[in-house]
Design a protein around this ligand. Structure first.
Ligand SMILES: NC(=O)c1ccc[n+]([C@@H]2O[C@H](COP(=O)([O-])OP(=O)(O)OC[C@H]3O[C@@H](n4cnc5c(N)ncnc54)[C@H](OP(=O)(O)O)[C@@H]3O)[C@@H](O)[C@H]2O)c1
Length: 333
């Protein structure tokens, strides 16, 4: 039997396990030109929270009673499409199911195992990595000596954003929600400083760790961290606005205080959605794959085993239990 994870209830506030059902189901029907896939790794991502409700302009809401869909690495079990052969590794937006079918192979992207680990194609070598590069380098434009502050710095995007900015010569400071994450950032990822925002006053921490002010704030969380970054920003600072996870489970919009700093300090705040930059993925992969292979770019994955554990894996990621990228492995490579 096949198995899949369905959304059965729309969350109000925090997501809880009752929003999901893991069920056994029939094997998917595979037409003559279709590609039958065995899922290997499922990606858990913060934007899935929005898709459990109405969705956004770039990602529509999931239908109740239908599977969760995210980026998935899969192996081709059978193919009626000339572009794919049995045994090929691919990634695409696929349902949370052990096996699924891509009609006529649509949306599947080939994985070149010589470039990197298969799981990296939905993490460091995939769209999350490109997100970090686009925000930290293309929008942030860090110059040598600039101070770059990254929030949710020990997460998937944050760990890479900080390391990319550091390679550009900036002084990099990260915030994260536990002492273990802070140690990971400083000891493993080479951040110049990091602090636990759960246990520190934000203003005190930014005064201490960014004594010359903030030139680039890579925003992953919004809320009070964004407000503090506005207070400590320098004139002409750049704020790549990547995400606002502190608001994703909120029922009311608390607003942002201190926005007048954008005017007074001539700050450029640039929201970006990575789907607009997807054409840059091959060049990004070619640039970053050697850094990952040599180990000069550090990237931590937290891999949960088993499809039935996917809902808890997603909830735990949203709650901050994870260092790095959380994936769910549902079959052996
Ligand atoms: N613009 C785009 O196209 C794009 C693409 C990908 C991702 N994103 C966004 O980028 C951000 C990071 O995504 P990711 O995939 O790398 O996730 P992630 O950082 O690996 O995981 C989420 C982390 O968010 C932190 N968090 C949760 N609630 C928080 C709160 N109230 N305040 C501060 N931090 C909180 C937690 O870490 P702590 O322990 O540190 O709290 C948690 O581990 C998200 O906002 C996501 O929506 C945007």
């Amino acid at each position: 039997m096949n198995k899949r994870v369905l959304l059965v209830k729309r969350p109000v506030g925090w997501v809880d396990p009752s929003c999901f059902t893991v069920e056994s189901c029939a094997e998917p029907a595979c037409g003559a030109q279709d590609v039958l896939l065995q899922a290997l790794y499922l990606s858990t991502d913060p934007y899935l929270r929005g898709r459990m409700n109405a969705g956004t302009s770039y990602a529509p809401g999931f239908e109740l009673g239908q599977p969760i869909v995210s980026r998935v690495v899969a192996r081709v079990l059978a193919s009626g499409h000339t572009g794919f052969a049995e045994g090929d590794l691919v990634w695409g937006f696929l349902p949370w199911a052990l096996r699924s079918v891509a009609p006529r192979g649509e949306g599947l992207q080939r994985i070149d195992p010589a470039l990197g680990r298969p799981s990296h194609f939905i993490s460091a070598l995939g769209m999350p990595g490109l997100t970090a590069w686009t925000g930290a380098i293309e929008i942030g434009q860090p110059a040598p000596g600039d101070t770059v502050f990254v929030s949710s710095a020990a997460g998937t995007v944050g760990q890479l954003a900080g390391q990319f900015a550091r390679r550009a010569g900036a002084r990099v400071v990260g915030s994260a929600g536990s002492d273990d994450k802070v140690a990971y950032l400083v000891d493993r990822c080479g951040f110049d400083a990091a602090f636990n925002y759960q246990r520190t006053d934000l203003d005190e921490a930014l005064r201490m760790h960014c004594p010359r002010g903030i030139d680039v704030y890579f925003d992953n969380v919004g809320g009070s961290t964004l407000e503090a970054a506005l207070r400590h920003a320098n004139v002409a600072a750049r704020f790549p606005v990547c995400g606002m996870i502190s608001t994703y489970n909120a029922v009311d919009d608390a607003g942002v205080r201190g926005l007048q700093a954008v005017l007074n300090k001539r700050i450029t705040m640039t929201g970006f959605i990575i789907y607009d930059h997807v054409h840059k993925l091959p060049a990004y992969q070619a640039r970053v794959a050697p850094w990952l292979r040599s180990g000069e770019l550090v990237f931590h994955e937290d891999i949960v085993q088993g499809l039935e554990n996917a809902p808890a894996a997603l909830i735990g990621m949203m709650q901050g239990q994870v260092i790095g990228k959380r994936l769910v492995q549902v079959a052996a490579e």
